[in-house]
Design a protein around this ligand. Structure first.
Ligand SMILES: NC(=O)C1=CN([C@@H]2O[C@H](COP(=O)(O)OP(=O)(O)OC[C@H]3O[C@@H](n4cnc5c(N)ncnc54)[C@H](OP(=O)(O)O)[C@@H]3O)[C@@H](O)[C@H]2O)C=CC1
Ligand SMILES: O=C(O)C1=N[C@H](C(=O)O)C[C@H](O)C1
Length: 236
């Protein structure tokens, strides 16, 4: 099974280096500014893993149109139009999308879907995410996915950080992004009630949890029909 990685950064290099431990041969890393690997090897690529920048996605989707190449998409801060295009492409070839390929975060998301309906009326909800000082986007893609799990119908206003005389808390979910050092990713959701607090926190101590999850998703796609797959499909 031959894989091509889009993105030559922290994730791209790790994915390419560890592909063989999932029975894949990596052809290497490329991007829209250096497209030779994709253009030269299109006939032999089974799967593309994209962990780069939203500016690469339209190019990737144009190039895989009409081929049998599966796509594992991991880049965050995609536009709504790009997410729709991913879903459309999934009608023609297998596509996997997740803002976070860690198993623990997939379980965290499921847990929030279960407990938020029980807490949302009596508890104030706040979300804090922390990442390394090189991260380009805020809030993180994971934070946005956790918000979606907590409040799929947009019942609560999203309040991004607070400053000034903001007044009493309303029907809102506060969202806060901390940046510093080499933190691989921390996501915490707090439910503040009267005289009690529930805190749920996931800490990534290494990027390998994302790498292993994404490579597992790539291997999973090889046996799949066209469709849009998510981490729910990998939960045991
Ligand atoms: N789904 C998941 O589980 C995870 C997702 N991610 C996401 O993966 C993505 C990459 O993360 P990471 O590897 O840490 O980032 P890096 O900054 O290390 O790498 C980003 C890559 O994208 C390229 N790039 C940057 N800007 C552009 C642009 N405008 N057009 C084309 N290419 C560009 C960079 O090239 P150059 O260096 O030349 O600028 C580099 O190759 C992010 O969106 C991140 O949020 C990260 C971890 C886990
Ligand atoms: O950029 C990162 O580093 C990460 N990005 C993803 C996100 O935006 O949620 C996943 C993980 O938290 C690391």
């Amino acid at each position: 099974m031959k894989a091509l990685v889009v993105g030559k950064g922290r994730m791209g290099q790790l994915l390419s280096a560890h592909a063989d431990s999932f029975g894949m041969h990596s052809l290497g890393c490329c991007d829209v500014l250096d497209p030779a690997l994709l253009l030269d090897h299109k006939e032999e690529i089974d799967v593309i893993l994209d962990f780069s920048h939203p500016d690469n996605l339209d190019w990737i989707l144009d190039e895989i149109e009409g081929t049998n190449i599966a796509l594992v998409e991991g880049t965050t801060a995609l536009s709504e139009a790009q997410k729709q295009r991913l879903a459309q492409q999934a009608a023609r070839q297998p596509v996997f999308y997740s803002a976070n390929y860690s198993y623990g975060v997939a379980v965290f998301q499921k847990l929030l879907k279960t407990i938020t309906p029980l807490l949302k009326d009596g508890f104030d909800m706040e979300l804090v995410e922390t990442h390394h000082n090189q991260k380009a986007d805020a809030p993180s893609g994971t934070a946005l996915a956790l918000l979606e799990a907590m409040d799929p119908d947009g019942e609560f206003e999203r309040v991004y950080a607070r400053e000034g005389v903001v007044g009493k808390r309303g029907k809102e979910i506060g969202v806060h992004a901390l940046r510093g050092g080499t933190i691989a990713g921390i996501h915490e959701v707090d439910f503040f009630g009267e005289d009690e607090t529930i805190e749920i926190k996931h800490t990534a101590t290494s990027r390998m949890i994302f790498v292993n999850g994404a490579l597992k998703a790539a291997r999973f796609l090889t046996d799949q029909q066209p469709g849009l797959y998510t981490m729910d499909d990998l939960l045991r």
